[in-house]
Design a binder for this molecule. Structure first.
Ligand code: HEM
Length: 158
């Protein structure tokens, strides 16, 4: 894959670790995404605080969404209990935890929202803010982002 595509895919990791560490963060993200597997790595799940920790992070994300004038309107009609449950389940699964995502496909869920690239990045930034709130170390954050951001192609401009 050409390197500029890697750079586009890995942009959120760069925002997670700011400043002069940008280049190092990019290489870290590249090696992490190369190694990342969808399951079988319980350590990421554990580093996120297992089920309770993940549920807290998602609850905080919902709080941040409620506080964000750009992202909040997308969620005006949303059943937030369901969103909390399904996103927690998805993060549990992709981080190697003992869960199976039971929600709808990313394409189905986000179709007709016409999510822009900048709004996608903004929501990822809110997730980073939520993880910072719980003092999740940046390398752990980057590992989770490496597993979520490949979904962007199923989410933006649908
Ligand atoms: C990596 C990024 C993202 C992931 C992993 C993700 C994941 C999810 C999941 C798991 C659900 C619940 C599915 C279900 O109810 O079955 C959901 C719903 C939703 N997502 Fe996303 N999402 C992402 C990005 C975004 C972005 C950028 C926006 C808008 C700016 C967005 C807006 C929504 C909305 C509004 C719902 C609720 C839909 C409804 O009310 O039925 N998502 N998302």
């Amino acid at each position: 894959m050409p390197s500029f595509i890697y750079i586009l895919l890995t942009r959120p990791f760069i925002t997670a670790v700011k400043g002069s560490k940008r280049v190092a963060a990019l290489f870290l993200a590249l090696s992490l995404s190369a190694c990342a597997t969808q399951s079988g790595d319980a350590s990421l799940y554990q580093s996120l605080g297992e089920e309770a920790g993940i549920k807290n992070i998602v609850a905080r994300l919902i709080y941040e969404i409620g506080d964000d004038p750009v992202i909040r309107p997308y969620f005006e009609e949303t059943d937030l209990d369901r969103f909390h449950e399904k996103l927690s389940e998805q993060i549990c699964e992709v981080s190697g935890g003992p869960c199976e995502y039971s929600g709808d496909s990313m394409v189905d869920v986000h179709t007709k929202m016409n999510v822009s690239e900048s709004d996608f990045n903004r929501l990822v930034d809110l997730l980073i803010t939520a993880m910072n709130h719980y003092k999740i170390p940046h390398p752990v954050q980057n590992q989770l982002l490496a597993r979520l951001t490949p979904m962007r192609k199923d989410i933006i401009y649908k």
